[in-house]
Design a binder for this molecule. Sequence first.
Ligand SMILES: [Fe+2]
Ligand SMILES: [Fe+2]
Length: 257
Amino acid sequence: METASSTSTLSERADALEKQLSDELDRFIPVRSNLYTSGERDPRLPLEIKSDAPEYKGKRFNMGHDPRLPKMPDKPTLLDFFELRMAPATHLLQSATHALKAGCDEKIIMACLVHDIAVSMFIRGDHGYWGAQLLEPYVPEEVSWAIRAHQVLRFYPDEQYGYKYPDLYVKFFGPDYTPEPYIQRAYPKIRNHKWYETARLITVNDIYSFDPNMSVSLDPFRDIVARNFRQPEEGLGWDDSPSSHMWRTINWPTRFL
Ligand SMILES: [Fe+2]
Ligand SMILES: [Fe+2]
């Protein structure tokens, strides 16, 4: 016959089981890709994580959401990535606000809004190329072309547009920095392209946009994004576009595979 004390023990056991289950859900091993640590450590070294190490006993490798990050909705939109992976995205919002105030064409405002998306949430080096590739399936061709081209144009002044070689680059990279040959090869092609001005305007709106006193918000851009970004019904990352894997990696950056 069950006594009061054994009932309580049962209930305690149920609680403990529930806690164990919830701990289980939290017990995972996030794995940083070699790219994240390359340089800080030699990427040729064996994986940092030894799956049979005692501290990992009973744990699983993460194959989905990393609980340390804000959770994305099931069908993430571009604005969800802004809010949950890039906020406050000050540089992007300031650039786009600058373009908006200058009365630029909507495509240029859109391009300014996302021009450094790769720096903000993905990979810095060659960020114009990565950013263009991420966006290509979803934006007008002119926008992704210009984002790729801004990678190159930021190193080349154009007085006609009031764009000087940035003082910041002299400070950051030294006065004798010269762009790599692939940038030098790309420049004349971009300079003579029909969409040169679009890419140039990204650099023009970029350079003046580090203003700590300017208050910015995503709100003025929601309609522009709706008109210039083809949000996939399935959500970014789940839509089988040529770049959806990149969006998935940003959403779930520490998946084992
Ligand atoms: Fe940039
Ligand atoms: Fe920028």
